[in-house]
Ligand binder design. Structure first.
Ligand code: S3P
Length: 177
């Protein structure tokens, strides 16, 4: 087992921002799997979705998650749908510690209402879509994660401190002086 710290959660829960800050605090490399996917397919996720469809995206996502989870340890931010495939859930869970950033659909809507990048939210009723995604995925995030962090409204710095405290208490990282 390697020692990745992986962030999972719905779109807009702060996986990339929190992940980047967590990596900085721990002096570890940071990778965003969506970024790696975009580099691989040579266009934005939104364009790839509309050209090739969701199933093709999930295939690339699974391949990228497999490669990253076999690579050198670091902090990994995943796309919100990374937990949909059982193989991904197992790989992520066995590859280190998984942190679920849990936010309510209402909170996510507040953050994402002007978002145009996320293909799954380009619908007439994005609030209802977020509720449906939450109902479908909250159990999958919980099944994959070792830690659940309620995002609510604290600052990124406070969220990162909460995560560091949990990881210390669990003995995943050494206690800070
Ligand atoms: C998706 C979330 C996106 C991206 C893709 C699909 C999803 O990542 O992977 O658009 O299924 O929820 P974010 O969670 O970073 O938005």
């Amino acid at each position: 087992m390697s020692n990745h710290l992986t962030l999972v959660g719905l779109p807009g829960s702060g996986k990339s921002t929190v992940g980047r800050n967590l990596a900085r605090r721990l002096n570890l490399p940071f990778t965003d799997s969506d970024h790696v996917i975009e580099q691989r397919v040579g266009c934005s996720i939104r364009d790839f979705f509309s050209r090739e469809g969701e199933a093709a995206f999930r295939d690339v996502e699974e391949a990228v998650i497999r490669e990253l989870s076999e690579g050198p340890p670091g902090v990994l931010a995943t796309g919100g749908g990374a937990v949909l495939r059982p193989a991904n859930r197992q790989r992520l869970r066995e590859g280190g510690s998984v942190i679920y950033l849990r936010s309510t659909p209402e909170e996510l809507f507040r953050r994402l209402r002007h978002d145009a990048k996320r293909p799954l939210l380009q619908v007439d009723d994005p609030m209802q879509r977020l509720r449906d995604l939450y109902d479908e995925r909250d159990p999958l995030y919980r099944e994959t994660a070792h830690f659940v962090i309620e995002t609510g409204r604290p600052s990124v710095a406070r969220l990162v401190n909460m995560i560091l405290m949990q990881l210390e208490l669990a003995g995943v990282i050494p206690a800070r002086p």
